[in-house]
Design a binder for this molecule. Structure first.
Ligand SMILES: Cc1ncc(C[n+]2csc(CCOP(=O)(O)OP(=O)(O)O)c2C)c(N)n1
Ligand code: SF4
Ligand SMILES: [Mg+2]
Length: 300
């Protein structure tokens, strides 16, 4: 089915009135994933914005039209292993087993459980939505937060200039687990997004599939509520969030970026980088260029 047909004909699985901030890109990702997967889905979310704001409506109402259960922050991979194996044992292999977890829950405190489930080849679609920090608890930095970012634990002033380290490349690491399918996605490239969710769902019936979705956060990154798609697109254009997939050991860049924009141009779109100094900006550009070179070699 054409991706526009998917988006215009399949029912929206979020009920009206969920409590995400206005303009949240995670909401777009959540809405589209659920729409593509449909009702025959077991869906789990750890604590974080997707659980607290994405699937809960105001005044304790349910925000999703299918049951959603909440794992602990560090155990999504192991908890969904049990769920997946129970469904297989009952011969219910048509059911989609989907984890939808933040970067903190995936790249940091839940990484052990995620890596274990991937290495064992458990049948599930694990989606990390990446808003580059522990947003639900007050915007603390995570390992996927980009260099120079202002967060509540990486202040920017005369002594420090935002986060000092480069972001962890979670999708690279997951690809090295040699799982069925790995891809990076952006809400600014919806055809690519839909294709990859569909491929991930198909791959999850054979083994472990991992999607890394970049979801700009207007509240924590400090940009206007109507700018999430512009910010997401600029992230791809600056090579900060390159779009690729890994299938059967073959790496492929799905959205080419032959003339990348400087990271400084991306940084100007939001206040998140307002405390970055020239030295950190140069280091950030260098690390983004190095990762782009690595990706170019892997996708050659
Ligand atoms: C073991 C543990 N430590 C801390 C918390 C508190 N906590 C709840 S949500 C959250 C943030 C999670 O960040 P992330 O996974 O990136 O999701 P986001 O809030 O950014 O959507 C934290 C730290 C918790 N629930 N469990
Ligand atoms: S804090 Fe950010 S990620 Fe969380 S609901 Fe608000 S905009 Fe979305
Ligand atoms: Mg997060």
């Amino acid at each position: 089915m054409n991706y526009l047909d998917v988006l215009s004909t399949k029912p929206d699985m979020l009920s009206p009135g969920i409590s995400t901030c206005g303009g949240c890109a995670m909401e777009i990702a959540l809405r589209r994933v659920l729409q593509i997967a449909g009702p025959n889905t077991v869906f789990s979310i750890p604590p974080g914005c997707a659980a607290g704001a994405g699937t809960m409506g105001w005044n304790f109402t349910n925000g999703v039209r299918i049951p959603v259960h909440i794992s602990l922050l560090p155990n999504m991979g192991s908890m969904m292993t049990g769920v997946s194996q129970m469904y297989q044992r009952r011969g219910r292999e048509e059911v989609n087993i989907i984890a939808f977890a933040g970067d903190g829950a995936s790249a940091d405190c839940g990484f052990q459980a995620l890596s274990g489930a991937a290495e064992r080849g458990e049948r599930m679609l694990y989606i990390c939505y990446d808003n580059e920090g522990y947003m639900n608890t007050g915007f603390q930095r995570s390992s996927t937060t980009t260099m120079g970012s202002l967060t509540s634990t990486t202040p920017a002033g005369s002594v420090t200039h935002g986060k000092a380290q480069a972001q962890k490349q979670l999708a690279f690491i997951m690809a090295m687990h040699r799982v069925e399918y790995v891809a990076t996605l952006s809400p600014a490239y919806m055809k690519d997004f839909v294709d990859k969710v569909e491929k991930g769902l198909a791959a999850s019936k054979r083994g472990f599939a991992f999607l890394h979705v970049y979801t700009p956060c207007p509240t924590g990154w400090h940009f206007a509520q109507d700018m999430a798609i512009q910010v997401a697109r600029a992230g791809v254009k600056a090579n900060i969030t390159p779009l690729f997939e890994v299938e059967g050991g073959v790496w492929r860049q799905t959205v080419k970026n032959s003339r990348p924009i400087p990271v400084a141009e991306y940084a100007k779109l939001m206040k998140k980088y307002e405390g970055i100094d020239e030295e950190t900006l140069a280091r950030w550009q260098k690390s983004v260029d190095a990762d782009a070179d690595t990706l170019a070699r892997l996708t050659k």
